[in-house]
Design a protein. Structure first.
Ligand SMILES: [Zn+2]
Length: 237
């Protein structure tokens, strides 16, 4: 069993990320900022790095802990990232992949089994929360403001993590934003969990370590020969 908390105690995201990105544009005693390297930001410095977590407040909205940084930037698996961090054998700096505009396309593969079972726990708990007492307001929001029916809430297994929109919880060893959870299934596997927060510049965040790139939401429901309607928002059904 990987002890995620223990690994993270010994690592400061600011040091880890400075190693990959170089000197930050701005540094206070709490956080550092950069141009976001994940969406090749041109104007502004939306990428904020705290001791834990790091987060892009701009276009891509990615964020997470030290482990998810290694997964995202160095294309490691969850397990590899944990091993690298605990042994201190960090991956070599790899400039070319992310610095130019022609980024190498990321493989469409679901996260590993360990991540999936951890995230599955979170999805289950969030479902229980949504239909329980603490989910009253969130459920009301989904039905009344977004116009979803109980069936369209149940079927895709929407859920709820209670907490302030600025809060990030550690559940089953993963970093979880608070809000309405939207599990991302394809090929009968969980690829990621999006979270729609109640407020904040970037409403949609993700549970750390997911990989939903190249994976259309609810792709399994697409059937050959039947009409397909594609909408812009995950909550529009
Ligand atoms: Zn970004």
């Amino acid at each position: 069993m990987i002890d995620v908390e223990r690994i993270k105690q010994n690592i400061d995201c600011r040091d880890l990320i400075e190693r990959d990105l170089g000197k930050p544009k701005y540094r206070s005693n709490k956080y550092s900022t950069y141009k976001c390297p994940l969406h090749n930001e041109e104007k502004g410095y939306s990428f904020g790095v705290y001791g834990d977590p790091w987060v892009c407040f701009g276009k891509c909205g990615h964020g997470g802990d030290a482990i998810s940084w290694l997964i995202e930037w160095h294309n490691l698996s969850f397990q590899e990232a944990c091993e690298r961090l605990s042994s201190g054998d960090l991956p070599k700096l790899q400039q070319p992949i992310h610095t130019s505009k022609n980024r190498v396309s990321v493989l469409s593969e679901p996260p590993d089994l360990e991540w999936r079972s951890r995230a599955e726990e979170i999805v289950k708990q969030a479902e229980v929360n949504l239909w329980g007492e603490q989910g009253t307001r969130a459920l009301h929001y989904l039905k009344e403001q977004r116009g979803l029916t109980e069936a369209t809430i149940l079927e895709p297994r929407l859920g709820y993590i209670q907490g302030d929109y600025r809060e990030w919880k550690t559940l089953s060893g993963l970093i979880v934003p608070c809000g309405v959870t939207i599990p991302w299934y394809a090929d009968q596997m969980l690829w990621g969990v999006k979270v729609r927060r109640a407020a904040g510049q970037q409403r949609y965040q993700q549970v750390s370590g997911g990989n939903i790139k190249g994976c259309p939401y609810l792709a399994d429901t697409i059937q050959p020969g039947l009409p397909l309607m594609i909408t812009e928002g995950d909550l529009i059904r």
